[in-house]
Design a protein. Structure first.
Length: 485
């Protein structure tokens, strides 16, 4: 087909102009739609919510009343350029265009001017860490880059552990229920948490001993947290334990990869028979993840260093190294093991107990380290008086009550193995948390230096000796602890 060199008619030229205008408007609209609106997420014990962020003069602003109103009684009054706010018993006054405010009669300098927008009082985001504690009388942590605001002790922590089943699964346990938005793309599964105060682990990049799911990463941006799991096959996520556990596994049709032989057969494989009318196609079987037999809990971590064993050696580092070594020994004996704190992360005692109880282990082992004495000290729980169960609900402070005999049997088995290896050992009872809160046989191990002194406490040889004794003691007590459900 030849192109005509005839000039456009007036009608044709007008059509082209209109087409260009509409194209420009449409592309502009797409650009505006694609530009993500800035958000700030606020997490508190009263409510979790998200607000819009306004940009003015190169600064990010948010409505102060909108932040405080969901947390308690608040009211405002505008008098010209003056904006007065009262939250519960705290009174504050701001002036439009001024960077100084008064809260409870005390001056506070803002990093940028206060703004009034149709009666809304806007404060710069950069001041929230210093401004909000004056109203709330509680610690406030603001992740300014990602615009995530934590009021009080509300953080949700998580652990991630590869379960070496066939196919492998990645089990993520959270200290509180979560409900993320989940999206998949080639080679990755993304979970976006906007309503949950999820905080990063010790390392924002987690690596796993798995070719199917080699790593996961944690990121924060625009009021949300995201965990992205990389995979060599399409991944699916499932929820359990009332939203406290997310299990990620290859999609069922990816579970069994074809096996490539070095000498392929010379004749093609027979084709499967055609399906009969009304027949149901077979559903690929998905293996149930193997439950954890043992939970090993490395004490301390993150901001909590534990005992200063030497000038350079913190208890949290010794307990984590030993917990990982013990997992290897238990796994080698066929006892599937979860290391509860498998990184430098801060976990409260309640969080440790909740996470341990959520996987229903046959034994819980808490790991501690000390610089005084020699050998190993074993502890079982000394329960407080009072409390009582209510039907299926166990009293939190005495949840260990029904497992004391099994805990003491496990302790005796461990003690015997230490004796076989000439490792000095003492057995004690003490009101130690979280042992009291564990609904399973539970033992605490405090590792002291060998006879060679404190410098040997973190030596590979000594830790291996102790880990072998513990693993052998647990294996010997396996029948008394019960079969895995």
């Amino acid at each position: 087909m030849r192109w005509s060199s005839r000039p456009y008619s007036a009608a044709g030229f007008f059509f082209l102009v209109l087409f260009g205008i509409f194209t420009f408007i449409f592309l502009s609209f797409l650009h505006l739609e694609s530009a993500e609106e800035k958000k700030i997420s606020i997490y508190s014990s009263a409510a979790n919510y998200t607000l819009s962020v306004t940009e003015r003069n190169g600064q990010d602003y948010v409505g102060l009343f909108e932040i405080l109103e969901p947390l308690g009684t608040a009211n405002v009054k505008t008098d010209g350029l003056h904006w007065k706010l009262r939250y519960k018993t705290v009174a504050a006054e701001f002036t439009a265009g001024e960077s100084r405010a008064r809260v409870q009669g005390r001056n506070l300098d803002l990093p940028a001017s206060f703004l009034l927008d149709n009666g809304r009082g806007l404060v710069p985001l950069a001041c929230l860490s210093t401004l909000l504690p004056r109203f709330l009388a509680t610690p406030v942590a603001f992740h300014e880059t990602s615009r995530r605001l934590f009021i009080g002790n509300v953080a949700v922590h998580f652990t991630a552990q590869i379960n070496k089943t066939n196919p492998p699964t990645l089990v993520m346990n959270f200290s509180s229920p979560v409900n993320p938005m989940i999206a998949t793309e080639p080679g990755k599964l993304r979970m976006v948490f906007r309503q949950e105060p999820l905080v990063p682990p010790g390392s924002r990049t987690l690596t796993f001993d798995s070719a199917v799911m080699p790593s996961a990463s944690f990121e924060e941006s625009n009021g949300a947290a995201e965990i992205a799991v990389t995979g060599s096959a399409p991944l699916l996520a499932s929820f359990s334990n009332d939203g406290r556990t997310i299990t990620i596994a290859p999609a069922p049709n990816q579970a069994q990869a074809p096996v490539r032989t070095s000498n392929p057969p010379s004749t093609p494989a027979a084709s499967p028979p055609p399906a009969q009318s009304g027949s149901t196609a077979p559903v690929p079987a998905v293996e149930r993840p193997v439950p954890y037999f043992a939970v090993v809990d490395a004490s301390h971590g993150g901001e909590e260093r534990g005992a200063a064993l030497t000038d350079q050696l913190a208890e949290k580092d010794v307990t984590l190294a030993f917990a990982r070594r013990l997992r290897q020994e238990l796994d080698a004996k066929g006892l599937n093991t979860l290391v509860l704190r498998d990184g430098d992360v801060t976990l409260s005692l309640d969080q440790r107990a909740s996470l341990a109880n959520s996987v229903h282990p046959k034994i819980y082992i808490s790991v501690h380290a000390a610089s005084l004495g020699t050998g190993v000290r074993l502890y079982t729980a000394l329960l407080p008086q009072g409390g009582g169960d209510r039907g299926p609900f166990l009293d939190w402070d005495t949840a260990q009550a029904g497992f004391r005999f099994a805990s003491q049997s496990a302790e005796a088995s461990l003690s015997a193995e230490f004796g076989n290896r000439q490792v000095p050992v003492r057995t004690l009872i003490a009101p130690l948390r979280p042992l009291n809160n564990i609904a399973a046989p539970a033992v605490a191990i405090e590792i002291a230096p060998p006879a060679g002194g404190i410098s040997q406490l973190d030596s590979a040889a000594y830790q291996q000796l102790v880990a072998e004794a513990v693993a052998a003691g647990v294996a010997a007590a396996r029948d008394k602890l019960g079969a895995v459900r």
